[in-house]
Design a protein. Structure first.
Length: 299
């Protein structure tokens, strides 16, 4: 796991370990104390040259035993100290990110992005409640944001390529022009979200809730929408080439001007009489579907 994250973040795993070792003063104290004690007692160890008295040799044996106890205690304390320091650092980052939620300036966005990346680097969870956070234009490629509540967040033009957004809450969030290509949004809550002109190419939206979402002119090529709920969503002008619609709920969906949608795709989804189809589909509708759907707006 450490190596995976090290490669992903562009840092060798050993450099992270080195950072902990070199910065741990307590560990170096015990190492130095052990080395000094060994240097003093070694000439008196039984069997070595220089031993003149059996009593001194016995004292040396006890001294070595005490030394090993100290070294062992020091190592255990150092591990605990690293763990404590990590927890303190994580808590500090989480509190700082929460404090910066309303900061809309570009400097604020950059600081929030930096904190999120540091928390990801530490494999630590983000604060659950990040509602209405401003991350406009943020670059969070490959970020781990799964399960976070980003309801009402401003992510306009943000780059979330290949990000893990599984189970994330994005209700009424602004993702206009955002890049979510090849990201994981399985089970995400996108109710009434503004997704106009967003890039969802190759994105996993399996089981996502998209009621009343605005996907106008969105790029959904190769996206997986299996089991997604798009009731009353607006997909006018959206590109739906090779989209998996199996089990989708497309009741009251507006598909005016939607591109590259086929009957083979649509027949796997749940529709109703209020589903508005693009003109080219209505013209070539199978006999069983003719007259079933609402007319396209403008016809």
């Amino acid at each position: 796991m450490a190596n995976t994250w090290a490669i992903k973040l562009g840092r060798p795993a050993w450099s992270i370990l080195r950072q902990y070792i070199l910065g741990n003063r307590l560990l170096w104290f015990f190492v130095g104390f052990g080395a000094l004690t060994t240097y003093i007692l070694w000439p008196f160890y039984p069997g070595e040259a220089g031993v003149r008295d059996e009593w001194v040799g016995n004292v040396a044996v006890e001294g070595f035993g005490f030394l090993m106890d100290i070294i062992l205690f020091g190592l255990l304390w150092s591990v605990f100290d690293v763990y404590r320091e990590r927890r303190t650092k994580i808590r500090g980052y989480q509190d700082e990110l929460t404090d910066y939620i309303p900061w809309e300036a570009q400097e604020g966005v950059l600081r929030k992005v930096g904190i999120i990346k540091r928390l990801n680097e530490l494999q630590a969870p983000l604060p659950f409640w990040l509602r209405y956070i401003c991350l406009k234009g943020a670059v969070l490629v490959g970020a781990d944001l799964k399960g976070v509540d980003l309801s009402g967040a401003n992510l306009e033009t943000a780059c979330l390529h290949a990000a893990d957004l599984k189970g994330v809450h994005l209700r009424e969030a602004n993702l206009c022009l955002a890049d979510l290509s090849f990201s994981n949004l399985e089970g995400a809550n996108l109710l009434a979200a503004d997704l106009r002109d967003a890039n969802f190419e190759g994105t996993n939206l399996k089981g996502a809730r998209l009621w009343n979402a605005n996907l106008e002119v969105a790029d959904l090529r190769n996206a997986n929408l299996e089991g997604a709920d798009l009731r009353n969503a607006n997909l006018a002008g959206a590109d739906l080439a090779w989209v998996n619609l199996a089990g989708d709920d497309w009741e009251w969906v507006n598909l005016t001007g939607a591109k590259n949608l086929t009957w083979d795709q649509l027949e796997t989804a749940k529709t109703n009489d209020e589903t508005i189809l693009p003109a080219y589909l209505k013209e070539n509708a199978p006999e069983s579907y003719k007259g079933k759907f609402a007319s396209e707006k403008g016809e």
